[in-house]
Design a protein around this ligand. Structure first.
Ligand code: FO1
Length: 329
């Protein structure tokens, strides 16, 4: 198959969570020329401290994927990983519910060391990206702590990784809390990247716990709304490719569907990309005042990531700049 064409002189800023976000970001980095015209602003609501290490799962997933270092089957962690550290953790009877490979551990140790020396997460991430040869710009959404808390029926309030990894997303979700957001700031770099962008892409990440935490930071939503904004559904035929988004929708009393994801972002989207299997939802999405593209959205290889990214950018660039208005005009 012919490789997708390159997009020159287009500045794209993508908002991303973990695996789905990393895959589309990797597609965008393949088709944007130069790749440094791509900025990825990453959710840090999943960050936590474990065994003395400061861990940023979504930042690492995005960076490993962009660097070609990621584990393609899990989507998180490193490829060709070894597990001696985890074996020692188990031998010592220490908490072993969060799997940290030996190569991955070095990232957490280095991040922890630099943060304890007074560096910001933005500068630590820049240094790691440089070390891994990543040309795209990867930014944490904030340099402040912004933990996501999941309120559950069975266990009450859980830290995100307790909910996601320790409890395998099994507890019933009642809602979410973002206690850091009252004082946290988006970084100046993240806000500037939104202002500078020709197109904003909302990656196919979990709306509730990956993209909302970014959009809720003061100033982000307003900056995004001044731009052409293309979203993409992480829900295909009522299910998620990876992660608990569909389960969360159902538990929160909302039908998991691409239409309801579009409705979630209705005020900020100019365009929305759904999978061809959900073609019948396009009229409903148009009815929200959002242009809709139906295409194959499964990113099962790096080539498919690039093809999808090219389709998203083609769609974005064909859109007119003005937003549709359904306000009775
Ligand atoms: N996800 C799991 O399901 N189990 C794990 O043991 C696990 C370990 C892990 C280690 C480092 C890292 O960067 C990510 C890791 N993840 C693991 C993924 C991660 O917790 C989630 O994918 C994200 O937080 C959700 O986007």
């Amino acid at each position: 198959m012919k490789p997708p064409s390159k997009f020159r002189a287009v500045k794209v800023t993508a908002l991303a969570g973990g695996v789905g976000g990393a895959r589309l970001a990797n597609g965008l980095a393949q088709v944007i020329e130069p790749p440094s015209a791509l900025t990825v602003i990453v959710n840090t609501g999943d960050d936590f401290e474990h065994l003395g290490m400061k861990i940023s799962p979504d930042l690492d997933t995005v960076c490993y994927t962009l660097a070609g270092l990621g584990n393609p089957s899990t989507g998180w962690g490193r490829k060709d990983e070894t597990w001696e550290f985890m074996q020692q953790i188990r031998n010592q009877g220490l908490p072993d519910w969060f799997n940290i490979g030996d190569k991955d551990r070095l990232t957490h140790l280095e991040r922890t060391r630099q943060l304890e020396n007074g560096e910001t997460l933005t500068r630590v991430t820049r240094a790691l990206c440089h070390q891994w040869g990543i040309e795209a710009v990867v930014l944490p959404m904030s340099d402040d702590p912004v933990p996501t808390i999941v309120d559950t029926v069975e266990f009450g309030k859980l830290g995100f990784q307790e909910y996601f990894v320790q409890h395998r997303c099994e507890p019933t979700v009642k809602g979410f809390e973002f206690p850091g957001h009252t004082i946290a700031h988006a970084t100046g770099e993240a806000i500037q990247a939104i202002h500078n962008a020709d197109v904003i892409v909302l990656c196919p990440s979990n709306p509730w716990v990956s993209l909302d935490p970014i959009l809720m930071l003061a100033g982000v939503r307003e900056a995004v709304m001044a731009k052409k904004v293309i979203g993409m559904s992480p829900i295909i035929a009522g299910k998620t490719v990876k992660g608990p988004a569909a389960k969360m929708y159902a538990e929160l009393g909302v039908l998991p569907s691409a239409l309801n994801v579009a409705a979630h972002y209705q005020d900020i989207l100019t365009g929305f990309v759904i999978d061809t299997v959900d073609d019948d939802l396009a009229d409903g999405i148009n009815g929200l005042g959002i242009s809709c593209l139906a295409t194959d959205t499964l990113m099962t290889s790096t080539e498919k990531q690039a093809e999808l990214a090219a389709a998203v950018l083609d769609f974005a660039l064909k859109q007119k700049d003005e937003r549709k208005c359904l306000c009775g005009a």
